[in-house]
Design a protein around this ligand. Structure first.
Ligand code: ADP
Ligand code: MG
Length: 371
Protein backbone atom coordinates (compact mmCIF):
# COMPACT_ATOMS: atom_id res chain seq x y z
CA UNK A 1 0.00 0.00 0.00
CA UNK A 2 1.07 3.48 -0.81
CA UNK A 3 3.03 4.91 2.09
CA UNK A 4 1.44 8.33 1.68
CA UNK A 5 -1.84 6.76 2.75
CA UNK A 6 -0.39 6.01 6.13
CA UNK A 7 -0.90 9.25 7.91
CA UNK A 8 -0.63 8.58 11.56
CA UNK A 9 1.98 6.00 12.30
CA UNK A 10 3.46 8.06 15.10
CA UNK A 11 0.26 9.08 16.80
CA UNK A 12 -2.43 11.39 15.61
CA UNK A 13 -2.38 14.56 17.59
CA UNK A 14 1.02 15.52 16.23
CA UNK A 15 -0.23 15.75 12.65
CA UNK A 16 -2.76 18.47 11.97
CA UNK A 17 -3.24 18.65 8.21
CA UNK A 18 -2.03 21.88 6.55
CA UNK A 19 -5.56 22.92 5.52
CA UNK A 20 -6.82 22.39 9.04
CA UNK A 21 -8.06 18.86 8.46
CA UNK A 22 -6.20 15.86 9.67
CA UNK A 23 -5.40 13.37 7.04
CA UNK A 24 -7.41 10.21 7.03
CA UNK A 25 -5.74 6.99 8.09
CA UNK A 26 -5.68 3.64 6.39
CA UNK A 27 -7.52 0.88 8.23
CA UNK A 28 -6.42 -2.72 7.98
CA UNK A 29 -8.13 -5.76 9.47
CA UNK A 30 -5.78 -8.75 9.60
CA UNK A 31 -7.25 -12.19 10.28
CA UNK A 32 -9.64 -10.73 12.77
CA UNK A 33 -11.70 -13.13 14.84
CA UNK A 34 -14.25 -12.73 17.60
CA UNK A 35 -15.88 -15.39 19.67
CA UNK A 36 -18.29 -14.11 22.30
CA UNK A 37 -18.18 -15.98 25.62
CA UNK A 38 -20.64 -18.86 25.65
CA UNK A 39 -21.23 -18.78 21.85
CA UNK A 40 -20.52 -21.98 19.91
CA UNK A 41 -19.75 -20.28 16.62
CA UNK A 42 -17.52 -17.25 16.28
CA UNK A 43 -19.32 -14.03 15.36
CA UNK A 44 -16.32 -13.38 13.10
CA UNK A 45 -14.08 -16.25 12.02
CA UNK A 46 -11.21 -14.81 10.01
CA UNK A 47 -11.79 -11.40 8.48
CA UNK A 48 -9.21 -9.42 6.55
CA UNK A 49 -9.59 -6.31 4.43
CA UNK A 50 -7.98 -2.90 4.02
CA UNK A 51 -9.69 0.45 3.64
CA UNK A 52 -7.37 2.97 1.98
CA UNK A 53 -7.16 6.37 3.64
CA UNK A 54 -9.99 8.70 2.68
CA UNK A 55 -12.35 6.06 1.30
CA UNK A 56 -15.80 4.94 2.37
CA UNK A 57 -16.02 1.20 2.92
CA UNK A 58 -19.55 -0.08 3.40
CA UNK A 59 -19.98 -3.26 5.41
CA UNK A 60 -23.17 -4.88 4.28
CA UNK A 61 -24.71 -8.21 5.09
CA UNK A 62 -27.72 -9.87 6.68
CA UNK A 63 -28.55 -9.36 10.33
CA UNK A 64 -26.16 -11.29 12.55
CA UNK A 65 -23.33 -11.37 10.01
CA UNK A 66 -21.01 -9.57 12.42
CA UNK A 67 -21.13 -5.99 11.10
CA UNK A 68 -21.59 -4.29 14.46
CA UNK A 69 -19.07 -6.64 16.04
CA UNK A 70 -16.50 -5.65 13.41
CA UNK A 71 -17.06 -1.94 14.17
CA UNK A 72 -16.71 -2.46 17.89
CA UNK A 73 -13.55 -4.48 17.45
CA UNK A 74 -12.04 -1.55 15.56
CA UNK A 75 -12.56 0.93 18.39
CA UNK A 76 -12.00 -1.72 21.06
CA UNK A 77 -15.44 -1.54 22.57
CA UNK A 78 -15.28 -5.31 22.15
CA UNK A 79 -12.01 -7.19 22.70
CA UNK A 80 -10.47 -9.10 19.79
CA UNK A 81 -10.20 -12.89 20.07
CA UNK A 82 -7.51 -13.11 17.40
CA UNK A 83 -5.81 -11.22 14.61
CA UNK A 84 -4.99 -7.55 14.55
CA UNK A 85 -6.39 -4.21 13.43
CA UNK A 86 -4.10 -1.43 12.24
CA UNK A 87 -5.09 2.21 12.05
CA UNK A 88 -2.57 4.38 10.27
CA UNK A 89 -0.21 1.41 10.31
CA UNK A 90 -0.36 1.06 14.07
CA UNK A 91 -2.09 -1.75 15.97
CA UNK A 92 -5.14 -0.66 17.92
CA UNK A 93 -3.97 -3.14 20.57
CA UNK A 94 -1.04 -0.84 21.32
CA UNK A 95 -3.36 2.03 22.07
CA UNK A 96 -5.09 2.98 25.26
CA UNK A 97 -8.77 2.26 24.38
CA UNK A 98 -10.10 5.61 25.56
CA UNK A 99 -7.49 7.57 23.74
CA UNK A 100 -8.09 5.46 20.63
CA UNK A 101 -11.84 6.13 20.73
CA UNK A 102 -11.35 9.87 20.82
CA UNK A 103 -9.61 9.47 17.48
CA UNK A 104 -12.42 7.44 15.97
CA UNK A 105 -15.72 9.15 15.23
CA UNK A 106 -18.64 6.86 16.04
CA UNK A 107 -22.15 7.36 14.72
CA UNK A 108 -24.97 4.96 15.46
CA UNK A 109 -28.66 4.70 14.74
CA UNK A 110 -30.73 6.46 17.44
CA UNK A 111 -27.70 8.53 17.80
CA UNK A 112 -27.44 8.71 21.55
CA UNK A 113 -27.03 12.45 21.90
CA UNK A 114 -26.88 13.55 25.53
CA UNK A 115 -30.46 14.71 26.14
CA UNK A 116 -29.61 17.27 28.83
CA UNK A 117 -26.90 18.93 26.79
CA UNK A 118 -27.42 21.45 24.03
CA UNK A 119 -26.50 20.77 20.44
CA UNK A 120 -23.30 22.81 20.91
CA UNK A 121 -22.38 20.92 24.08
CA UNK A 122 -23.03 17.60 22.39
CA UNK A 123 -20.81 18.49 19.46
CA UNK A 124 -18.09 19.73 21.80
CA UNK A 125 -17.86 16.43 23.70
CA UNK A 126 -14.58 15.09 22.37
CA UNK A 127 -12.76 18.43 21.97
CA UNK A 128 -13.55 19.16 25.62
CA UNK A 129 -12.30 15.73 26.67
CA UNK A 130 -9.14 16.50 24.76
CA UNK A 131 -8.78 19.72 26.72
CA UNK A 132 -9.05 22.12 23.79
CA UNK A 133 -9.17 25.78 24.85
CA UNK A 134 -12.67 27.22 25.09
CA UNK A 135 -12.44 29.51 22.05
CA UNK A 136 -11.13 26.73 19.86
CA UNK A 137 -14.02 24.49 20.92
CA UNK A 138 -16.56 27.24 20.18
CA UNK A 139 -15.04 27.96 16.81
CA UNK A 140 -15.08 24.27 15.93
CA UNK A 141 -18.73 23.89 16.95
CA UNK A 142 -19.74 26.85 14.76
CA UNK A 143 -17.76 25.50 11.86
CA UNK A 144 -19.37 22.06 12.18
CA UNK A 145 -22.89 23.44 12.44
CA UNK A 146 -22.30 25.31 9.19
CA UNK A 147 -20.81 22.18 7.65
CA UNK A 148 -23.92 20.13 8.46
CA UNK A 149 -26.15 22.95 7.28
CA UNK A 150 -27.71 23.87 10.63
CA UNK A 151 -27.93 27.57 11.47
CA UNK A 152 -25.60 28.05 14.47
CA UNK A 153 -27.59 31.02 15.80
CA UNK A 154 -30.78 28.99 15.88
CA UNK A 155 -29.55 25.49 16.61
CA UNK A 156 -26.55 25.68 18.93
CA UNK A 157 -28.59 26.20 22.09
CA UNK A 158 -31.38 23.72 21.33
CA UNK A 159 -31.71 20.42 23.11
CA UNK A 160 -31.90 17.13 21.17
CA UNK A 161 -35.63 16.77 21.89
CA UNK A 162 -36.19 20.03 20.01
CA UNK A 163 -34.77 18.63 16.77
CA UNK A 164 -36.21 16.44 14.03
CA UNK A 165 -34.81 12.94 13.59
CA UNK A 166 -32.79 14.06 10.59
CA UNK A 167 -31.37 17.06 12.46
CA UNK A 168 -30.40 14.84 15.39
CA UNK A 169 -28.62 12.50 13.03
CA UNK A 170 -26.71 15.45 11.50
CA UNK A 171 -25.67 16.58 14.97
CA UNK A 172 -24.50 13.01 15.64
CA UNK A 173 -22.32 13.19 12.54
CA UNK A 174 -20.98 16.60 13.61
CA UNK A 175 -20.19 15.28 17.08
CA UNK A 176 -18.30 12.36 15.56
CA UNK A 177 -16.34 14.72 13.30
CA UNK A 178 -15.60 17.26 16.03
CA UNK A 179 -12.01 16.36 16.84
CA UNK A 180 -11.33 15.72 13.16
CA UNK A 181 -10.75 11.98 13.58
CA UNK A 182 -8.88 10.09 10.85
CA UNK A 183 -11.52 7.33 10.97
CA UNK A 184 -15.31 7.40 11.22
CA UNK A 185 -17.38 4.35 12.14
CA UNK A 186 -21.04 4.67 11.19
CA UNK A 187 -23.31 1.81 12.22
CA UNK A 188 -26.61 2.00 10.32
CA UNK A 189 -26.52 5.76 10.92
CA UNK A 190 -29.64 6.55 8.89
CA UNK A 191 -31.52 3.33 9.64
CA UNK A 192 -34.25 4.96 11.71
CA UNK A 193 -34.92 7.86 9.32
CA UNK A 194 -37.84 7.94 6.87
CA UNK A 195 -36.90 7.24 3.22
CA UNK A 196 -37.03 10.84 1.97
CA UNK A 197 -34.92 12.30 4.76
CA UNK A 198 -32.68 9.30 4.59
CA UNK A 199 -31.90 10.02 0.97
CA UNK A 200 -31.19 13.63 1.91
CA UNK A 201 -28.85 12.60 4.72
CA UNK A 202 -27.05 10.23 2.39
CA UNK A 203 -26.53 12.99 -0.18
CA UNK A 204 -25.41 15.42 2.50
CA UNK A 205 -22.99 12.94 3.94
CA UNK A 206 -21.49 12.26 0.52
CA UNK A 207 -21.07 16.01 -0.04
CA UNK A 208 -19.54 16.36 3.42
CA UNK A 209 -17.18 13.47 2.74
CA UNK A 210 -16.00 15.26 -0.40
CA UNK A 211 -14.82 18.03 1.90
CA UNK A 212 -13.46 16.11 4.89
CA UNK A 213 -12.22 12.97 3.09
CA UNK A 214 -12.23 10.72 6.12
CA UNK A 215 -11.68 7.02 6.14
CA UNK A 216 -15.19 5.74 6.83
CA UNK A 217 -16.57 2.33 7.69
CA UNK A 218 -20.29 2.53 7.11
CA UNK A 219 -22.58 -0.34 8.11
CA UNK A 220 -25.92 -1.00 6.52
CA UNK A 221 -28.09 -3.99 5.71
CA UNK A 222 -29.49 -2.11 2.71
CA UNK A 223 -27.66 -2.96 -0.51
CA UNK A 224 -28.95 0.17 -2.25
CA UNK A 225 -27.50 2.34 0.48
CA UNK A 226 -24.24 0.39 0.19
CA UNK A 227 -24.07 0.96 -3.56
CA UNK A 228 -24.75 4.65 -3.12
CA UNK A 229 -22.39 5.35 -0.23
CA UNK A 230 -19.45 3.03 -0.81
CA UNK A 231 -16.19 3.55 -2.66
CA UNK A 232 -15.92 -0.12 -1.82
CA UNK A 233 -18.35 -2.63 -0.42
CA UNK A 234 -17.46 -5.52 1.87
CA UNK A 235 -20.27 -8.09 1.74
CA UNK A 236 -20.38 -10.26 4.82
CA UNK A 237 -22.25 -13.46 5.39
CA UNK A 238 -22.90 -15.32 8.62
CA UNK A 239 -19.80 -15.83 10.73
CA UNK A 240 -18.31 -12.58 9.47
CA UNK A 241 -17.13 -14.32 6.30
CA UNK A 242 -16.15 -11.87 3.58
CA UNK A 243 -18.11 -12.90 0.52
CA UNK A 244 -16.75 -10.13 -1.70
CA UNK A 245 -14.81 -6.90 -1.35
CA UNK A 246 -14.79 -4.60 -4.32
CA UNK A 247 -16.18 -1.43 -5.85
CA UNK A 248 -19.98 -1.26 -6.22
CA UNK A 249 -19.62 -1.44 -9.99
CA UNK A 250 -17.45 -4.52 -9.87
CA UNK A 251 -19.76 -6.27 -7.42
CA UNK A 252 -22.81 -5.55 -9.57
CA UNK A 253 -21.00 -6.59 -12.72
CA UNK A 254 -19.39 -9.71 -11.31
CA UNK A 255 -20.89 -11.04 -8.08
CA UNK A 256 -18.40 -13.52 -6.61
CA UNK A 257 -20.98 -16.24 -5.93
CA UNK A 258 -24.68 -17.02 -5.61
CA UNK A 259 -24.89 -15.51 -2.14
CA UNK A 260 -23.62 -12.16 -3.41
CA UNK A 261 -25.76 -12.35 -6.55
CA UNK A 262 -28.83 -12.95 -4.41
CA UNK A 263 -27.88 -10.30 -1.93
CA UNK A 264 -27.41 -7.59 -4.57
CA UNK A 265 -30.69 -8.63 -6.12
CA UNK A 266 -32.02 -9.83 -9.45
CA UNK A 267 -32.19 -6.20 -10.55
CA UNK A 268 -28.45 -5.74 -10.39
CA UNK A 269 -28.43 -4.77 -14.07
CA UNK A 270 -30.72 -1.85 -13.28
CA UNK A 271 -28.68 -0.97 -10.20
CA UNK A 272 -25.60 -0.78 -12.36
CA UNK A 273 -27.36 1.68 -14.61
CA UNK A 274 -27.92 3.89 -11.61
CA UNK A 275 -24.13 4.14 -11.18
CA UNK A 276 -23.48 5.35 -14.73
CA UNK A 277 -24.24 8.95 -15.63
CA UNK A 278 -25.34 10.20 -19.01
CA UNK A 279 -22.05 12.10 -19.18
CA UNK A 280 -20.26 8.76 -19.34
CA UNK A 281 -22.08 7.18 -22.26
CA UNK A 282 -22.03 7.67 -26.02
CA UNK A 283 -24.95 9.87 -27.05
CA UNK A 284 -26.76 10.19 -30.36
CA UNK A 285 -26.05 13.45 -32.18
CA UNK A 286 -28.68 16.16 -31.66
CA UNK A 287 -31.06 16.40 -34.64
CA UNK A 288 -31.58 20.15 -34.42
CA UNK A 289 -35.09 19.90 -32.97
CA UNK A 290 -35.74 20.81 -29.35
CA UNK A 291 -36.48 17.56 -27.50
CA UNK A 292 -39.67 17.69 -25.47
CA UNK A 293 -38.02 16.06 -22.48
CA UNK A 294 -34.52 16.53 -21.14
CA UNK A 295 -32.21 15.40 -18.34
CA UNK A 296 -28.94 16.91 -17.13
CA UNK A 297 -25.88 14.86 -18.05
CA UNK A 298 -25.18 14.15 -14.39
CA UNK A 299 -28.43 12.14 -14.25
CA UNK A 300 -28.03 8.37 -14.31
CA UNK A 301 -28.70 6.04 -17.20
CA UNK A 302 -31.35 4.47 -15.00
CA UNK A 303 -33.14 7.83 -14.74
CA UNK A 304 -33.01 8.17 -18.52
CA UNK A 305 -34.32 4.65 -18.98
CA UNK A 306 -37.29 5.18 -16.71
CA UNK A 307 -38.12 8.47 -18.43
CA UNK A 308 -37.86 6.86 -21.86
CA UNK A 309 -40.23 4.07 -20.87
CA UNK A 310 -43.06 6.60 -20.82
CA UNK A 311 -41.81 8.84 -23.64
CA UNK A 312 -43.74 7.12 -26.48
CA UNK A 313 -40.61 6.73 -28.56
CA UNK A 314 -39.58 10.38 -28.29
CA UNK A 315 -35.83 10.86 -27.84
CA UNK A 316 -34.63 12.37 -24.60
CA UNK A 317 -32.33 15.41 -24.69
CA UNK A 318 -29.19 15.35 -22.54
CA UNK A 319 -28.18 18.80 -21.29
CA UNK A 320 -24.63 19.87 -20.58
CA UNK A 321 -23.63 22.31 -17.83
CA UNK A 322 -24.75 25.28 -19.97
CA UNK A 323 -28.22 23.75 -20.45
CA UNK A 324 -27.43 23.09 -24.11
CA UNK A 325 -28.59 19.85 -25.71
CA UNK A 326 -25.40 17.86 -25.91
CA UNK A 327 -26.94 14.76 -27.42
CA UNK A 328 -29.92 12.44 -27.42
CA UNK A 329 -30.79 9.02 -26.06
CA UNK A 330 -33.53 6.67 -27.14
CA UNK A 331 -34.67 3.36 -25.73
CA UNK A 332 -33.10 1.39 -28.57
CA UNK A 333 -29.84 3.31 -28.25
CA UNK A 334 -29.64 2.46 -24.53
CA UNK A 335 -30.48 -1.15 -25.32
CA UNK A 336 -27.60 -1.26 -27.78
CA UNK A 337 -25.14 0.25 -25.26
CA UNK A 338 -26.20 -2.18 -22.53
CA UNK A 339 -25.81 -5.12 -24.91
CA UNK A 340 -22.36 -3.93 -25.97
CA UNK A 341 -21.28 -3.59 -22.38
CA UNK A 342 -22.59 -7.04 -21.48
CA UNK A 343 -20.58 -8.51 -24.38
CA UNK A 344 -17.51 -6.65 -23.21
CA UNK A 345 -17.83 -8.03 -19.70
CA UNK A 346 -17.92 -11.67 -20.68
CA UNK A 347 -14.37 -12.01 -21.83
CA UNK A 348 -13.00 -9.43 -19.45
CA UNK A 349 -10.78 -10.63 -16.66
CA UNK A 350 -10.16 -8.67 -13.53
CA UNK A 351 -6.64 -7.77 -14.71
CA UNK A 352 -7.90 -6.30 -17.94
CA UNK A 353 -10.40 -4.09 -16.26
CA UNK A 354 -9.51 -0.44 -16.65
CA UNK A 355 -8.23 1.08 -13.40
CA UNK A 356 -10.95 3.71 -13.53
CA UNK A 357 -9.42 6.04 -10.99
CA UNK A 358 -6.61 3.95 -9.65
CA UNK A 359 -8.87 2.25 -7.17
CA UNK A 360 -9.79 -0.86 -9.09
CA UNK A 361 -6.21 -2.02 -9.03
CA UNK A 362 -5.84 -1.66 -5.29
CA UNK A 363 -9.14 -3.43 -4.77
CA UNK A 364 -7.91 -6.33 -6.84
CA UNK A 365 -4.70 -6.61 -4.88
CA UNK A 366 -6.65 -6.79 -1.67
CA UNK A 367 -9.34 -9.18 -2.71
CA UNK A 368 -6.61 -11.36 -4.16
CA UNK A 369 -4.67 -11.33 -0.94
CA UNK A 370 -7.67 -12.49 1.04
CA UNK A 371 -8.95 -15.24 -1.20
P1 ADP B 1 -24.90 -7.54 12.75
O1 ADP B 1 -24.48 -6.18 13.22
O2 ADP B 1 -24.35 -7.88 11.40
O3 ADP B 1 -26.38 -7.74 12.78
P2 ADP B 1 -23.65 -8.51 15.18
O4 ADP B 1 -22.23 -8.16 15.09
O5 ADP B 1 -24.51 -7.68 16.04
O6 ADP B 1 -24.25 -8.64 13.71
O7 ADP B 1 -23.76 -10.01 15.69
C1 ADP B 1 -23.01 -11.08 15.14
C2 ADP B 1 -23.26 -12.35 15.93
O8 ADP B 1 -22.69 -12.22 17.24
C3 ADP B 1 -24.72 -12.68 16.13
O9 ADP B 1 -24.87 -14.06 16.07
C4 ADP B 1 -25.01 -12.17 17.52
O10 ADP B 1 -26.02 -12.90 18.14
C5 ADP B 1 -23.69 -12.39 18.22
N1 ADP B 1 -23.45 -11.37 19.27
C6 ADP B 1 -23.40 -10.04 19.12
N2 ADP B 1 -23.15 -9.41 20.27
C7 ADP B 1 -23.04 -10.39 21.21
C8 ADP B 1 -22.76 -10.40 22.61
N3 ADP B 1 -22.54 -9.27 23.29
N4 ADP B 1 -22.73 -11.61 23.23
C9 ADP B 1 -22.93 -12.76 22.56
N5 ADP B 1 -23.18 -12.80 21.25
C10 ADP B 1 -23.23 -11.66 20.56
MG1 MG C 1 -25.64 -4.46 13.75
Amino acid sequence: MNSKNIAHDEGLSAYPHPDGHRQAAQLELRHVSKRYPGQREPAIGDLSFTVPAGEVCVLVGPSGSGKTTAMRLINRMVPLSGGDILLGGRSVLDREPRELRREIGYVIQQIGLFPHQTVAENIATVPRLLGWPRERVQKRVQELLVLIDLDPGEMASRYPAQLSGGQRQRVGVARALAADPPLMLMDEPFGAIDPINRMKLQDEFLALQQKVKKTVVFVTHDIDEAIKMGDRIAILREGGVLAQYDTPRAILARPADDFVAQFVGADRGIKRLSLTTLAEIRLLAPDGRAPSRTLPERASVKDALSMLLTAHGEPLGVLDGDQEVKGLVTLSHLERLIAEEADGDEGETAQERPAADGRAEAAEAQTGAEA
